[in-house]
Design a protein around this ligand. Structure first.
Ligand code: FE
Ligand code: ZN
Length: 471
C-alpha cells in the first residue's frame, strides 16, 4: 500500500516537527515509521528532520525489510544492456556550424521536457504582439545578468527569435539561470511594446520521480569506484590492493560488476608540472599497471569503465571510450564505454558520467560545494544536462547530436572527478559521487581541498540499496 505523504506531514506538523522534503522521501521509501522519525529528531535535539539524520536509521530499517541480502548464486549470468554509448559518434571538423548544430539539437531535445511542465507555450516570435498578456515561452538562455537592483535580465532565444525576460530575485528560489540552458518562463509581456517579459515563474526540465523502481531478480551487486589515478605518486596502492583482495574474497561473492567512472590513470601532461607528481611517466605503463590489478579480479565480475579527463582519449565531451592502443592493454573482457554512457544491469539503469562539469556547477549553483557535491549533481539532473555551461571547464565536441542531454532519468547517477564521496537520494534517483584512490595532491593542498579517498559503493541490484565500504 502506498504511504500517504500528506498523512505523514500532517502528523509530524501536529506534533511540532518539520521535515525536509528529501528526508520525507527517504522516510517513505525506506519504510521508516512516524514514531521512528520522531525519536530520531528527539535524539538529535532538533525538531527539523533532515536527510542526513536518517542515514543510520535507513540502513537499519532497510536491512530488516530486505532481510539479509540473498546469498550469491553461481549460475547468475551477466546482463548488461548499453542504452547510450557515444563512442561511435563521428569526429568533427570543428567548424562553427557544427556548434550551432549541437546547440540546436540540445534545444530540440530539452524543449519538450520543459513543455511537459508548462503544458503549452508560444514561440518567441508569437509573443511580440501580445503586450499585457500572460504568455509562456521555452528558450535557450543566450545571456543572463544580474542588474544593480538584484533583478535577473535574461536573454532567451528559440528558432523564431529572441526576447528579454526580467525576473525578480525571489523567483529563482535558491537556483540560478545558466547561459545555454533551456528553460521555460511564465510571465506577462510588457505593455510598452519593448519585447520584454516580466517573469512570474521560471521552469527547468526537472525530473519526475520514478514511480515504482524495479530491482534485479537475481542476488547480484555492482561495485562502483572512480578516479583510481594509477601512475600518480599519490595513488594509494596498498589500499587499492586491499579493495582488489576484497573483490576476490567470499564476502564479495554477490559482486558481478565493477564500474569505474573515469580517471583510471593519472595520465601525462594533463596539467602543468604534472611530471613532478608522477611515479610512472609513460601513459601506457600506467595502463599496464592498472591492467595487472584488473587481471586479478575474478571472472564472475564484469569490469565496465569510462574515461575521465586524465585518461588517454579525446578530452572533449562526450569522450569516446579508449583508443585501440589502450584497449589492447586492458584485459580483453573489459567493457569500455564513452563518458557519459547509460547502461542497464539486470534492468537497473546507471548513468555514468565522469563529472568534469561539477567544478563549474559548484561555482555557479548556490548551495553546492565540494562537501555537498550531491547538490551540484541535482543541478545537472534538474537541467537534464550533464554540462550545461559552455565555455567553462568542460570542452565540448561539436557533434550534430548532444549526448550530454539526460533523456532518460537513471535509477543511479554516478559521477567522480571531484574526489569527494557523496551518496544521496533525490526524487528517487540514487546519487553517487564515487570517491578516489588518490591522496591529496599538491594542487589540492594549495586549494585547501581534502579528498575523501578509498570508498567503494556496493549497490545491491535486487534490493536497490547501497552500502558504502571504506578501505
Ligand atoms: Fe580524478
Ligand atoms: Zn577527473
Amino acid at each position: 500500500m502506498a504511504v500517504d505523504r500528506e498523512d505523514y506531514l500532517r502528523e509530524l506538523l501536529r506534533e511540532g516537527f518539520l521535515i525536509h522534503p528529501s528526508a520525507l522521501e527517504v522516510a517513505i521509501e525506506s519504510g521508516i515509521t512516524l514514531s521512528q522519525l520522531k525519536s530520531i529528531a528527539l535524539k538529535s535535539g532538533s525538531r527539523y528532520i533532515k536527510e542526513e539524520m536518517l542515514r543510520s536509521m535507513r540502513a537499519a530499517v532497510e536491512g530488516k525489510a530486505v532481510k539479509k541480502p540473498e546469498k550469491a548464486r553461481g549460475d547468475v549470468e551477466h546482463a548488461v544492456e548499453v542504452l547510450m554509448d557515444a563512442s561511435t559518434s563521428m569526429g568533427t571538423r570543428g567548424a562553427v556550424e557544427d556548434f550551432s548544430a549541437l546547440f540546436n539539437d540540445r534545444f530540440r531535445r530539452l524543449a519538450p521536457l520543459v513543455k511537459r511542465r508548462l503544458k503549452w507555450a508560444y514561440s518567441i516570435a508569437d509573443v511580440r504582439n501580445r503586450s499585457g498578456q500572460e504568455v509562456r515561452i521555452i528558450g535557450m538562455v543566450s545571456d543572463c545578468r544580474v542588474t544593480r537592483n538584484g533583478f535577473y535580465r535574461i536573454t532567451m532565444e528559440d528558432t523564431s527569435g529572441e526576447i528579454t525576460v526580467i525576473a525578480g530575485p525571489d523567483m529563482l528560489m535558491g537556483e540560478t539561470v545558466l547561459p545555454d540552458e533551456v528553460i521555460g518562463v511564465v510571465g506577462e509581456v510588457s505593455r510598452r511594446g519593448d519585447d520584454v517579459i516580466f517573469a512570474r515563474e521560471i521552469v527547468w526540465p526537472e525530473v519526475d520521480p520514478i514511480p515504482s523502481p524495479r530491482g534485479a531478480d537475481a542476488p547480484v551487486d555492482a561495485v562502483i569506484i572512480s578516479d583510481v589515478h594509477v601512475g600518480s605518486r599519490e595513488f594509494l596502492a596498498e589500499r587499492f590492493e586491499r579493495f582488489i583482495a576484497w573483490l576476490k574474497s567470499e564476502e564479495a561473492s554477490r559482486v558481478r560488476y565493477l564500474l569505474i567512472a573515469g580517471d583510471l590513470v593519472d595520465g601525462v601532461g594533463v596539467y602543468p608540472g604534472q611530471e613532478n607528481e608522477l611515479e610512472i611517466t609513460s601513459v601506457y605503463e600506467q595502463y599496464e599497471r592498472l591492467s595487472r590489478y584488473l587481471e586479478e579480479i575474478p571472472e564472475r565480475i564484469k569490469v565496465i569503465v569510462i574515461p575521465g579527463n586524465h585518461d588517454f582519449t579525446r578530452p572533449h565531451e562526450p569522450q569516446p571510450g579508449f583508443p585501440e592502443e589502450v584497449r589492447k592493454i586492458l584485459p580483453p573482457d573489459t567493457m569500455v564505454l564513452s563518458n557519459p554512457s547509460l547502461i542497464r544491469l539486470h534492468g537497473v539503469t546507471f548513468l555514468l558520467y565522469h563529472g568534469t562539469s561539477l567544478n563549474d556547477m559548484v561555482e555557479a549553483i548556490p548551495g553546492a560545494d565540494y562537501s555537498r557535491i550531491e547538490n551540484a549533481m541535482i543541478g545537472l539532473l534538474r537541467r537534464r544536462h550533464l554540462a550545461p555551461i559552455y565555455g567553462g571547464k568542460v570542452p565540448l565536441a561539436p557533434l550534430p547530436r548532444d549526448y550530454l542531454v539526460v533523456e532518460e532519468v537513471p535509477q543511479f547517477f554516478v559521477t567522480g572527478h571531484v574526489h569527494s564521496y557523496a551518496y544521496a537520494r533525490w526524487k528517487g534517483v540514487h546519487l553517487i559521487n564515487a570517491s578516489t584512490w588518490q591522496a591529496q595532491t599538491a594542487y589540492q593542498k594549495m586549494l585547501n581541498f581534502q579528498p575523501d579517498p578509498c570508498v567503494a559503493t556496493v549497490v545491491h541490484l535486487d534490493a536497490l540499496t547501497v552500502e558504502e565500504m571504506r578501505f
